[in-house]
Design a protein around this ligand. Structure first.
Ligand code: FE2
Ligand code: FE2
Length: 370
């Protein structure tokens, strides 16, 4: 009998109990002489990965103890296609039989992979029997019949960010590593709890939860929505009397800075939040940063995430003005109308206080109704 090599590839961003169960089931079924786990340097399926390749490699080591964790992709430091990896593996191990195991969602997309006919020649293909969320598993796949826990890395990252209990979904060693390194934004909530006043902290959680819940309807990315929601008021950790000097010290570029600083300095907090998100919380995502910056005043031509954060901030659960609950329901059904009504409500509120109205608010209003 030929020596069998079992290969398990993925982003492992992060590796979870679903991955572990899949590999265990494949190992039991195939009885390989060698198990090779290959964390992708940059998965061809994903726009970007969340944890750095080095961290994903270390997490894979913790999750798949006893398996060989390959640096083949890490060393390449670029996207590598499975067909290239398997060709190389075959060349290096001419007498071996390669078995490749993947999750059912990826299996359903097999025909979108690079060079499917060659892939079929190079390996025996295995996946879980669980039906994929979309599409069908090609018939040449072998099914692993063991029940697998339903865990998705996407939902897991959001839960980690939002401080939810994921101990049943992730190995404890991996989880400790995630917390120690502050991966997936796990250090954000503990930090905000320390730097914000309790009421502001609860408001922040409210906005993040609402934005995350509404994200699919608004066609925004729910992790980005939660992240922007959490950080949108980080700037409120600076007292209003110090906002002007903070902005000057940090040389923030703010249109109409002098007017704002003297007439409504609290409005500066959105720019400070953006600065803190960038500097202190190491956020680089441009959509998230602009959603934080524009959550109070808005901007002309706002994207989906910017509007979502603007509206979530205006009508989160903790808001107790009379219209808030109605706006919240509207936001779940009609994003455009909800945005229009939130801009309207903010202007009316400023008028009722006989406060200064930023010219941008008027411009935004006009751009929507004309
Ligand atoms: Fe705010
Ligand atoms: Fe807010």
């Amino acid at each position: 009998m030929k020596e069998r090599i079992l290969v398990f590839g993925g982003s492992f961003d992060p590796p979870h109990r679903g991955h572990q169960a899949l590999l265990d089931a494949a190992r039991e079924k195939i009885s390989p002489a060698r198990v090779l786990v290959i964390p992708a340097y940059h998965s061809p399926w994903k726009e970007n990965s969340w944890a750095l390749p080095g961290d994903r490699f270390l997490m894979a080591k913790l999750a798949f103890l006893g398996s060989e964790i390959s640096r083949i992709e890490m060393r390449a430091r670029r996207r590598v296609y499975t067909v290239d990896i398997l060709s190389r593996l075959k060349k290096e191990n001419p007498g071996s039989e390669i078995h490749f195991v993947i999750g059912s969602d990826l299996a359903a997309r097999f025909n979108d992979w690079k060079n499917p006919p060659r892939l079929r020649e190079l390996a025996h293909w295995w996946t879980a029997m669980r039906p994929p969320r979309q599409g069908k598993i090609p018939p040449f796949f072998n099914g692993l019949k063991k029940p697998m826990p339903e865990v998705s890395s996407t939902e897991l990252r959001e839960s980690l960010l939002m401080g939810e209990d994921v101990s049943s979904k992730v190995d404890s060693k991996v989880l400790s590593f995630i917390f120690k390194r502050g991966l997936y934004g796990t250090s954000i909530i503990p930090t905000l709890r320390k730097i914000l006043k309790p009421e502001r902290f609860l408001h922040t959680l409210s906005v993040a939860r609402l934005a995350r819940r509404l994200a699919p309807v608004w066609k925004a990315h729910s992790f980005e929505a939660a992240l922007a929601g959490l950080l949108h008021d980080a700037g409120r950790s600076v007292s209003v009397s110090e906002m002007k000097s903070y902005c000057q010290k940090r040389r923030l570029k703010i249109p109409l800075f002098q007017e704002m600083a003297s007439l409504q300095p609290v409005l500066l907090h959105a720019y400070i939040s953006e600065d803190l998100a960038r500097q202190r919380f190491k956020v680089q995502n441009a959509r998230v940063l602009s959603a934080i910056r524009n959550h109070t005043l808005g901007a002309l031509k706002m994207g989906a995430l910017e509007r979502l954060i603007y509206v979530s901030d205006a009508c989160s659960e903790d808001r107790n003005y009379s219209e808030a609950a109605r706006l919240r329901s509207l936001a779940a059904e009609n994003p455009e109308q909800a945005f229009l009504e939130c801009v309207n409500a903010k202007i009316r509120y400023a008028v009722s206080l006989k406060g200064w109205i930023h010219p941008l608010s008027i411009k935004i209003w006009n751009s929507m109704i004309l």
